[in-house]
Design a protein around this ligand. Sequence first.
Ligand code: FO1
Length: 322
Amino acid sequence: MRIVVLAGGIGGARFLRGLKLAAPDADITVIGNTGDDIHLFGLKVCPDLDTVMYTLGGGINEEQGWGRTDETFKVKEELAVYGVGPEWFGLGDRDFATHIVRTQMLAAGFPLSAVTEALCERWQPGVRLLPMSDDRVETHVAVDVDGERKAVHFQEYWVRLRASVDAQAVVPVGAEQAKPAPGVLEAIAEADVILFPPSNPVVSVGTILAVPGIREAIAEAGVPVVGLSPIVGDAPVRGMADKVLAAVGVESTAAAVAEHYGSGLLDGWLVDTVDKGVVERIEAAGIRCRAVPLMMTDPEVGTAAAEMARVALALAEEVRGA
Ligand SMILES: O=c1nc2n(C[C@H](O)[C@H](O)[C@H](O)CO)c3cc(O)ccc3cc-2c(=O)[nH]1
Protein backbone atom coordinates (compact mmCIF):
# COMPACT_ATOMS: atom_id res chain seq x y z
CA MET A 1 0.00 0.00 0.00
CA ARG A 2 1.29 3.48 -0.90
CA ILE A 3 0.63 6.04 1.83
CA VAL A 4 1.32 9.79 1.51
CA VAL A 5 1.51 11.84 4.71
CA LEU A 6 1.66 15.66 4.90
CA ALA A 7 3.81 16.21 7.99
CA GLY A 8 4.92 19.16 10.07
CA GLY A 9 6.98 18.89 13.19
CA ILE A 10 6.64 16.99 16.40
CA GLY A 11 3.04 15.75 16.18
CA GLY A 12 3.52 14.62 12.61
CA ALA A 13 6.80 12.85 13.33
CA ARG A 14 5.41 10.98 16.33
CA PHE A 15 2.38 9.91 14.30
CA LEU A 16 4.68 8.61 11.55
CA ARG A 17 6.54 6.46 14.08
CA GLY A 18 3.18 4.83 14.85
CA LEU A 19 2.21 4.55 11.19
CA LYS A 20 5.38 2.59 10.47
CA LEU A 21 4.43 0.17 13.26
CA ALA A 22 0.81 -0.08 12.06
CA ALA A 23 1.70 -0.58 8.39
CA PRO A 24 5.17 -2.15 8.31
CA ASP A 25 4.85 -3.20 4.67
CA ALA A 26 3.52 0.12 3.40
CA ASP A 27 5.48 2.42 1.13
CA ILE A 28 5.27 5.72 3.01
CA THR A 29 6.08 9.07 1.40
CA VAL A 30 6.21 12.08 3.69
CA ILE A 31 5.70 15.54 2.22
CA GLY A 32 7.44 17.72 4.77
CA ASN A 33 6.70 21.33 5.63
CA THR A 34 9.57 23.72 4.91
CA GLY A 35 7.84 26.95 5.90
CA ASP A 36 9.49 26.73 9.33
CA ASP A 37 12.92 26.87 7.71
CA ILE A 38 15.22 29.58 9.01
CA HIS A 39 18.64 30.85 7.95
CA LEU A 40 20.94 31.26 10.94
CA PHE A 41 24.71 31.83 11.10
CA GLY A 42 24.83 31.39 7.35
CA LEU A 43 23.19 27.97 7.60
CA LYS A 44 19.80 26.70 6.42
CA VAL A 45 17.90 25.02 9.22
CA CYS A 46 14.86 22.85 8.33
CA PRO A 47 13.15 22.10 11.66
CA ASP A 48 10.23 20.04 10.36
CA LEU A 49 12.29 17.94 7.95
CA ASP A 50 14.89 17.33 10.66
CA THR A 51 12.27 16.44 13.27
CA VAL A 52 10.83 13.75 10.97
CA MET A 53 14.32 12.51 10.02
CA TYR A 54 15.63 12.41 13.59
CA THR A 55 12.43 10.95 15.09
CA LEU A 56 12.18 8.11 12.57
CA GLY A 57 15.96 7.69 12.40
CA GLY A 58 16.36 7.33 16.17
CA GLY A 59 18.30 10.55 16.81
CA ILE A 60 15.58 12.75 18.25
CA ASN A 61 15.62 14.32 21.70
CA GLU A 62 12.48 12.50 22.84
CA GLU A 63 11.45 14.86 25.66
CA GLN A 64 11.71 17.95 23.46
CA GLY A 65 10.46 16.36 20.27
CA TRP A 66 13.04 18.38 18.32
CA GLY A 67 16.83 18.52 18.10
CA ARG A 68 19.28 15.74 18.76
CA THR A 69 19.68 13.42 21.69
CA ASP A 70 23.01 13.50 23.63
CA GLU A 71 23.41 17.11 22.55
CA THR A 72 26.03 19.66 23.63
CA PHE A 73 26.04 23.39 22.93
CA LYS A 74 29.71 24.41 22.68
CA VAL A 75 29.28 26.15 19.30
CA LYS A 76 26.20 27.99 20.56
CA GLU A 77 28.12 29.13 23.67
CA GLU A 78 31.06 30.33 21.58
CA LEU A 79 28.76 32.24 19.22
CA ALA A 80 27.19 33.95 22.24
CA VAL A 81 30.65 34.98 23.52
CA TYR A 82 31.30 36.54 20.14
CA GLY A 83 28.00 38.37 20.59
CA VAL A 84 26.63 36.68 17.50
CA GLY A 85 22.92 36.01 17.86
CA PRO A 86 20.24 34.96 18.01
CA GLU A 87 20.62 33.15 21.30
CA TRP A 88 16.94 32.21 21.55
CA PHE A 89 17.14 29.34 19.03
CA GLY A 90 18.78 26.28 20.60
CA LEU A 91 21.08 24.80 17.99
CA GLY A 92 23.22 21.97 19.39
CA ASP A 93 26.61 20.81 18.16
CA ARG A 94 25.32 17.60 16.58
CA ASP A 95 22.46 19.50 14.96
CA PHE A 96 24.90 22.06 13.53
CA ALA A 97 26.50 19.22 11.54
CA THR A 98 23.20 18.57 9.76
CA HIS A 99 22.86 22.24 8.84
CA ILE A 100 26.50 22.46 7.68
CA VAL A 101 26.08 19.44 5.39
CA ARG A 102 22.76 20.78 4.09
CA THR A 103 24.10 24.27 3.44
CA GLN A 104 27.26 22.94 1.79
CA MET A 105 25.21 20.77 -0.58
CA LEU A 106 22.80 23.61 -1.38
CA ALA A 107 25.78 25.87 -2.11
CA ALA A 108 27.12 23.18 -4.47
CA GLY A 109 23.83 23.44 -6.40
CA PHE A 110 21.91 20.44 -5.08
CA PRO A 111 18.17 21.11 -4.59
CA LEU A 112 16.71 20.68 -1.11
CA SER A 113 15.03 17.44 -2.18
CA ALA A 114 18.41 15.90 -3.13
CA VAL A 115 19.99 17.22 0.07
CA THR A 116 17.19 15.71 2.16
CA GLU A 117 17.62 12.37 0.39
CA ALA A 118 21.36 12.47 1.11
CA LEU A 119 20.84 13.27 4.80
CA CYS A 120 18.31 10.42 5.00
CA GLU A 121 20.94 8.02 3.64
CA ARG A 122 22.53 8.29 7.06
CA TRP A 123 19.35 8.32 9.13
CA GLN A 124 17.37 5.63 7.24
CA PRO A 125 13.96 6.96 8.47
CA GLY A 126 12.15 4.13 6.70
CA VAL A 127 10.00 6.58 4.70
CA ARG A 128 10.68 8.71 1.64
CA LEU A 129 10.99 12.26 2.97
CA LEU A 130 10.29 14.95 0.38
CA PRO A 131 10.32 18.67 1.10
CA MET A 132 7.05 20.23 -0.08
CA SER A 133 9.13 22.39 -2.43
CA ASP A 134 12.76 23.01 -3.39
CA ASP A 135 11.93 26.70 -3.50
CA ARG A 136 12.38 28.92 -0.48
CA VAL A 137 9.20 29.38 1.59
CA GLU A 138 9.38 31.00 5.02
CA THR A 139 6.37 31.53 7.24
CA HIS A 140 6.16 34.95 8.81
CA VAL A 141 3.72 36.08 11.45
CA ALA A 142 2.29 39.61 11.63
CA VAL A 143 2.13 40.87 15.22
CA ASP A 144 1.36 44.20 16.90
CA VAL A 145 4.24 45.15 19.21
CA ASP A 146 4.50 48.57 20.92
CA GLY A 147 1.58 49.79 18.84
CA GLU A 148 3.16 48.96 15.53
CA ARG A 149 2.50 46.00 13.27
CA LYS A 150 5.50 44.04 12.16
CA ALA A 151 6.28 40.67 10.64
CA VAL A 152 8.49 38.25 12.51
CA HIS A 153 9.85 34.93 11.29
CA PHE A 154 7.71 32.03 12.46
CA GLN A 155 10.56 30.68 14.60
CA GLU A 156 10.94 34.01 16.37
CA TYR A 157 7.18 34.07 17.00
CA TRP A 158 7.17 30.43 18.16
CA VAL A 159 10.43 30.22 20.13
CA ARG A 160 11.37 33.74 21.25
CA LEU A 161 7.89 35.18 21.69
CA ARG A 162 6.39 31.80 22.66
CA ALA A 163 3.30 32.90 20.75
CA SER A 164 2.64 35.27 23.67
CA VAL A 165 1.15 37.92 21.37
CA ASP A 166 -1.74 37.31 19.01
CA ALA A 167 -0.88 36.45 15.44
CA GLN A 168 -2.63 39.00 13.25
CA ALA A 169 -1.74 37.07 10.09
CA VAL A 170 0.33 34.05 9.14
CA VAL A 171 2.00 34.38 5.75
CA PRO A 172 3.95 31.60 4.03
CA VAL A 173 6.26 33.99 2.17
CA GLY A 174 7.20 32.59 -1.22
CA ALA A 175 4.52 29.90 -1.29
CA GLU A 176 2.72 31.38 -4.30
CA GLN A 177 5.87 31.21 -6.41
CA ALA A 178 6.94 27.81 -5.09
CA LYS A 179 6.67 24.61 -7.10
CA PRO A 180 6.07 21.18 -5.58
CA ALA A 181 9.40 19.38 -5.16
CA PRO A 182 10.20 16.57 -7.62
CA GLY A 183 8.18 13.48 -6.74
CA VAL A 184 5.55 15.28 -4.67
CA LEU A 185 2.74 15.37 -7.24
CA GLU A 186 3.68 11.90 -8.50
CA ALA A 187 3.51 10.47 -4.96
CA ILE A 188 0.07 12.02 -4.46
CA ALA A 189 -1.18 10.72 -7.82
CA GLU A 190 0.07 7.20 -7.06
CA ALA A 191 -1.09 7.11 -3.42
CA ASP A 192 -3.63 4.57 -2.19
CA VAL A 193 -4.37 6.74 0.85
CA ILE A 194 -3.40 10.25 1.97
CA LEU A 195 -3.13 11.15 5.66
CA PHE A 196 -3.09 14.51 7.48
CA PRO A 197 -1.39 13.72 10.84
CA PRO A 198 -2.02 15.78 13.98
CA SER A 199 0.30 18.54 12.77
CA ASN A 200 -0.45 22.22 12.98
CA PRO A 201 -3.26 22.81 10.44
CA VAL A 202 -2.09 26.36 9.71
CA VAL A 203 1.70 26.53 9.80
CA SER A 204 2.42 22.88 8.92
CA VAL A 205 -0.28 21.17 6.84
CA GLY A 206 -1.67 24.55 5.77
CA THR A 207 1.73 25.67 4.46
CA ILE A 208 2.15 22.48 2.44
CA LEU A 209 -1.33 23.00 0.94
CA ALA A 210 -0.35 26.59 0.07
CA VAL A 211 2.19 25.35 -2.50
CA PRO A 212 0.27 25.66 -5.80
CA GLY A 213 -0.78 22.31 -7.16
CA ILE A 214 -0.59 20.28 -3.96
CA ARG A 215 -4.10 20.95 -2.64
CA GLU A 216 -5.55 20.34 -6.11
CA ALA A 217 -3.58 17.11 -6.55
CA ILE A 218 -4.90 15.79 -3.24
CA ALA A 219 -8.49 16.82 -4.02
CA GLU A 220 -8.25 15.09 -7.40
CA ALA A 221 -6.30 12.02 -6.26
CA GLY A 222 -9.56 10.05 -6.01
CA VAL A 223 -8.33 8.11 -2.96
CA PRO A 224 -9.37 8.41 0.69
CA VAL A 225 -7.93 11.43 2.52
CA VAL A 226 -8.10 10.99 6.30
CA GLY A 227 -6.93 13.45 8.95
CA LEU A 228 -6.38 13.31 12.71
CA SER A 229 -7.30 16.30 14.82
CA PRO A 230 -4.39 18.13 16.46
CA ILE A 231 -6.94 19.77 18.75
CA VAL A 232 -8.30 17.74 21.65
CA GLY A 233 -10.95 19.16 23.94
CA ASP A 234 -10.73 22.63 22.33
CA ALA A 235 -7.01 22.88 23.02
CA PRO A 236 -3.97 21.91 20.99
CA VAL A 237 -2.33 18.70 22.17
CA ARG A 238 1.03 20.44 22.11
CA GLY A 239 2.45 23.62 20.75
CA MET A 240 0.33 26.68 20.43
CA ALA A 241 -1.78 25.85 17.37
CA ASP A 242 -4.70 27.79 18.81
CA LYS A 243 -2.71 31.02 18.44
CA VAL A 244 -2.24 30.62 14.72
CA LEU A 245 -5.69 29.13 14.17
CA ALA A 246 -7.17 32.40 15.46
CA ALA A 247 -5.09 34.29 12.90
CA VAL A 248 -6.89 32.49 10.10
CA GLY A 249 -10.28 32.77 11.79
CA VAL A 250 -10.57 29.14 12.78
CA GLU A 251 -11.76 28.34 16.29
CA SER A 252 -9.61 25.93 18.25
CA THR A 253 -11.90 22.91 18.04
CA ALA A 254 -11.61 19.52 16.35
CA ALA A 255 -14.71 20.30 14.27
CA ALA A 256 -13.53 23.74 13.12
CA VAL A 257 -10.23 22.32 11.89
CA ALA A 258 -12.02 19.62 9.88
CA GLU A 259 -14.31 22.23 8.37
CA HIS A 260 -11.28 24.43 7.67
CA TYR A 261 -9.77 21.65 5.56
CA GLY A 262 -13.20 21.06 4.06
CA SER A 263 -15.01 18.09 2.59
CA GLY A 264 -13.46 18.90 -0.77
CA LEU A 265 -10.19 17.69 0.68
CA LEU A 266 -11.04 15.47 3.66
CA ASP A 267 -13.03 12.24 3.46
CA GLY A 268 -12.48 11.20 7.07
CA TRP A 269 -11.52 12.84 10.34
CA LEU A 270 -10.52 11.31 13.68
CA VAL A 271 -11.32 13.23 16.84
CA ASP A 272 -10.42 12.31 20.40
CA THR A 273 -13.05 10.58 22.54
CA VAL A 274 -13.47 13.79 24.57
CA ASP A 275 -14.76 15.40 21.38
CA LYS A 276 -17.21 12.66 20.43
CA GLY A 277 -19.98 15.27 20.67
CA VAL A 278 -18.83 16.84 17.39
CA VAL A 279 -18.97 13.66 15.31
CA GLU A 280 -22.46 14.41 14.02
CA ARG A 281 -21.54 18.00 13.05
CA ILE A 282 -18.52 16.77 11.09
CA GLU A 283 -20.47 14.00 9.37
CA ALA A 284 -23.10 16.61 8.43
CA ALA A 285 -20.28 18.49 6.70
CA GLY A 286 -19.77 15.45 4.49
CA ILE A 287 -16.71 14.09 6.33
CA ARG A 288 -16.85 10.69 7.97
CA CYS A 289 -15.84 11.02 11.60
CA ARG A 290 -14.80 8.65 14.39
CA ALA A 291 -13.97 9.46 18.04
CA VAL A 292 -10.92 7.52 19.27
CA PRO A 293 -8.08 8.14 21.77
CA LEU A 294 -5.70 10.62 20.12
CA MET A 295 -3.22 11.32 22.88
CA MET A 296 0.16 9.83 21.91
CA THR A 297 1.19 9.28 25.51
CA ASP A 298 2.73 5.91 24.87
CA PRO A 299 3.75 3.56 27.61
CA GLU A 300 6.09 2.16 25.00
CA VAL A 301 7.13 4.69 22.37
CA GLY A 302 4.93 4.59 19.29
CA THR A 303 2.22 2.19 20.52
CA ALA A 304 -0.54 4.79 21.02
CA ALA A 305 0.36 6.39 17.68
CA ALA A 306 0.27 2.96 16.04
CA GLU A 307 -3.31 2.45 17.24
CA MET A 308 -4.27 5.89 15.91
CA ALA A 309 -2.69 5.06 12.57
CA ARG A 310 -4.51 1.73 12.43
CA VAL A 311 -7.85 3.46 13.01
CA ALA A 312 -7.05 6.11 10.41
CA LEU A 313 -6.23 3.43 7.82
CA ALA A 314 -9.41 1.52 8.71
CA LEU A 315 -11.48 4.68 8.26
CA ALA A 316 -9.80 5.18 4.87
CA GLU A 317 -10.90 1.66 3.83
CA GLU A 318 -14.41 2.39 5.07
CA VAL A 319 -14.44 5.56 2.95
CA ARG A 320 -13.05 3.67 -0.06
CA GLY A 321 -15.78 1.07 0.24
CA ALA A 322 -18.56 3.65 0.60
O1 FO1 B 1 10.86 25.76 21.49
C1 FO1 B 1 11.89 25.61 20.83
N1 FO1 B 1 11.82 24.90 19.67
C2 FO1 B 1 12.95 24.71 18.95
N2 FO1 B 1 12.87 23.97 17.82
C3 FO1 B 1 11.56 23.45 17.43
C4 FO1 B 1 10.95 24.23 16.29
O2 FO1 B 1 10.74 25.55 16.60
C5 FO1 B 1 9.62 23.54 15.96
O3 FO1 B 1 9.84 22.18 16.01
C6 FO1 B 1 9.07 23.70 14.57
O4 FO1 B 1 9.54 24.72 13.86
C7 FO1 B 1 7.56 23.71 14.72
O5 FO1 B 1 7.09 22.48 14.32
C8 FO1 B 1 14.02 23.66 17.09
C9 FO1 B 1 13.95 22.81 15.98
C10 FO1 B 1 15.13 22.51 15.28
O6 FO1 B 1 15.07 21.68 14.22
C11 FO1 B 1 16.35 23.04 15.68
C12 FO1 B 1 16.42 23.87 16.78
C13 FO1 B 1 15.26 24.20 17.49
C14 FO1 B 1 15.34 25.03 18.61
C15 FO1 B 1 14.18 25.25 19.36
C16 FO1 B 1 14.21 26.02 20.57
O7 FO1 B 1 15.25 26.54 20.99
N3 FO1 B 1 13.06 26.15 21.26
